[in-house]
Ligand binder design. Structure first.
Ligand SMILES: Nc1ncnc2c1ncn2[C@@H]1O[C@H](COP(=O)(O)OP(=O)(O)OP(=O)(O)O)[C@@H](O)[C@H]1O
Length: 338
């Protein structure tokens, strides 16, 4: 299906002023709504007597009513993507984007495997740098936005490509972020992809709700949750697990990143972020979630990330590369692709 050409670089998303969670969860009544809420899709939304004093009143009053007409367009566009996988983390800085990059380099190492990364970390897009695409821009055609390519079979889309400078801050409210994510899904010409890996911001924010709302119809195959071994990171992963369960996203498993330190000289391992409460293993066991693998802390991972090259290709014999490849293998198995 041909879609209309969109303006670049400034998307002008205006729709979806109400919380997308309301359309993800079975009811159209938000959890914090008053007793006689007419529902966010009602023509009375924001206008009924019951809406007086409701925190959602203003957004409901301007919101579109009825099913979102863009959902069928997204479904049509994403039809050519076989697997959609979200990468989530509770806490920031645990290495989620680095893991997304490693996973994607690993998948795309198979030339037959068409891979895409969609970076919806709108306020902190680091994927362009990690994929060696800092200076890339996005091209438009009559059929949509063309992603940038890290490899012939590795397509990348990020808001970072739309910013005039990598130091520009993106200060957007939820509806504008939602609109951009919708455009990413509706207008990007992904082509035939085996895997679309979606890098998300930390926590459970507007971006998560949008991606779930828009992508769920097309089918989300699963989520990978990234954590460090520390309790402070694990605690926040529990919230992420709760989020996935509430919105019905299958959890593929946990990845424990920065799990032990590998000395680049002797390949010997020691613990920097100690798993004081048992790390991902203990949490996975408690909550019935598989640990897909443990990626050690290796300073060369940061260095290759800064250079935008594949760690796996630069250091094929390192324990971290083995960990990435084992995780990819396990993800493929869980998705029925291996
Ligand atoms: N296994 C690892 N070994 C060494 N350094 C790592 C490893 N994983 C990530 N890093 C480094 O940790 C830092 C944070 O990584 P990254 O930006 O991927 O985290 P994030 O969880 O995506 O952060 P944000 O919350 O900002 O999205 C980076 O400097 C990265 O190079």
């Amino acid at each position: 299906m041909l879609l209309a050409q969109r303006p670049i670089p400034i998307p002008s998303p205006t729709s979806f002023p109400f919380s997308p969670l309301s359309t993800v969860l079975p009811s159209t009544v938000p959890e914090n709504a008053p007793e006689h809420c007419p529902g966010v899709e009602s023509s009375d939304a924001g206008k009924a007597d019951a809406c007086e004093g409701c925190p959602n009143q203003a957004v409901c009053a301007e919101g579109p009513k009825g099913p979102d007409p863009d959902i069928p367009l997204i479904r049509e566009r994403i039809k050519s993507v076989k697997r959609k996988v979200l990468v989530l983390s509770g806490k920031g800085g645990v290495g989620k984007s680095t893991f997304t990059a490693g996973l994607s380099w690993a998948l795309a190492a198979d030339e037959e495997c068409q891979t895409g990364i969609m970076d919806v970390d709108i306020c902190g897009p680091s994927i362009p740098l990690l994929m060696g695409l800092s200076n890339s821009t996005i091209h438009t055609s009559s059929s949509g936005w063309s992603p940038a390519y890290a490899l012939d079979n590795l397509a990348v889309m990020s808001i970072g490509f739309l910013l005039p400078s990598s130091s520009d801050a993106v200060i957007w409210r939820g509806p504008k972020k939602n609109g951009l994510i919708k455009q990413f899904l509706k207008d990007v010409e992904w082509g035939d992809l085996d895997y679309l890996i979606v890098d998300t911001p930390p926590g459970t924010s507007d971006e998560h709700l949008s991606i779930v709302q828009y992508l769920k119809e097309a089918g989300i195959d699963g989520a990978i949750l990234v954590t460090t071994p520390q309790e402070v990171a694990l605690q926040d992963v529990r919230k992420e697990i709760d989020f996935c369960r509430k919105v019905g996203i299958p959890i593929l498993g946990l990845v424990e990143n920065m799990s032990g330190f590998v000395c680049p000289k002797c390949n010997g391992e020691s613990e920097i972020f100690a798993p004081t409460t048992g790390g991902a293993e203990a949490m996975g066991e408690e909550l019935g979630i598989e640990v897909l693998g443990k990626v050690p802390l290796d300073p060369r991972i940061g260095m290759t990330g800064d250079r935008g090259v594949s760690f796996l290709e630069e250091y094929p014999d390192s324990p971290a590369t083995t960990a990435y490849l084992d995780i990819v293998q396990r993800v493929r198995e869980l998705l029925g692709d291996a």
